[in-house]
Design a protein around this ligand. Sequence first.
Ligand SMILES: Nc1nc2c(ncn2[C@@H]2O[C@H](COP(=O)(O)OP(=O)(O)OP(=O)(O)O)[C@@H](O)[C@H]2O)c(=O)[nH]1
Length: 326
Amino acid sequence: MAKRFSPEKYVEGILAGDRVMLSRAITLVESRLTSDQELAQEVVNRVLPHAGNSVRIGITGVPGVGKSTFIEAFGNYLIKEQGKKLAVLAIDPTSQRSGGSILGDKTRMDSLSINPQAFIRPSPAGKSLGGVSRSTRESIILCEAAGFDAIFVETVGVGQSETAVHAMVDFFLLLMLAGAGDELQGIKRGIMEMADAIVITKADGENIGKAKAARAEYQSALHLYPLGASNWSPKVSTCSALQHSGLDTIWQTIADYLELTQANGFFKKKRHDQNLQWMYEAIRQGLEDNFYAHEQVKQQMPVIAAEVKEGKKSAFAAATELLKLV
Ligand SMILES: Nc1nc2c(ncn2[C@@H]2O[C@H](COP(=O)(O)OP(=O)(O)OP(=O)(O)O)[C@@H](O)[C@H]2O)c(=O)[nH]1
């Protein structure tokens, strides 16, 4: 069990920018113990008025695209050139990977992890996507209250976690590799549609030509999508994290997005909608947890499930029967 303090102590520490207290509060948020969760909720609620003053950036891309290298380079750029304080969080349900977390086993973010202006927190171990999403959302609030004004939420670009990240960030950045041949092959349309910007990584050395060609191709592909409610048309650019090139263009794109959406009201509306979405999600999760924890459900479930499996009872009738128990 995590070491626990009074809510005041957490709040005081977080608002003073104390990273140890911030870490401890995030550990509470990640805990499965009801008592920890109640304490965490109190702390999050109390710091809430001090949160929200950041830009939340989701970053995704398939393994091998160069995410860690990019986050390190872009993170350092934001700190040094834009004067930001950066928190990096990860969404990585461990069930989808063979142990460890996206950031946890990384030495590639070395310079960022020792930078006093940066705070890196790996994805919690052994949690479902729902569990990780929830704790990451709460962690964003804690980091903002601790004074971090740029938040990266990293996800591995292979599953549903993109949708979860998209639902908690202001700006969604998709990293892509310039491949040989058909650039658009294998890209999930849904993920492309979520992107506010696409960055072609590793645009250096022999790769430059390919990267530029890919950029043109993606840009014309994006033009085919209708403009969303934000009125923003997604941008495509190239970058080399190794050579630190293209980073200022990416930041400019994000700054342009913020300017547009803050002026037209979309930024605020999206955050409001996301807040509500978090609440509904928490209600759904809570109902589900209560249901499965119910004694009678635990007893009846195996029996009824067996009947459904064998075709003796319809799935819907079985669900109704179980739901009535609660
Ligand atoms: N040429 C070149 N290579 C790069 C660049 N960025 C990353 N790489 C290389 O690409 C490989 C993968 O980089 P990572 O940063 O680990 O990328 P990743 O596999 O997406 O990382 P995770 O998703 O964090 O596991 C490494 O060998 C990097 O050195 C770049 O800008 N240029």
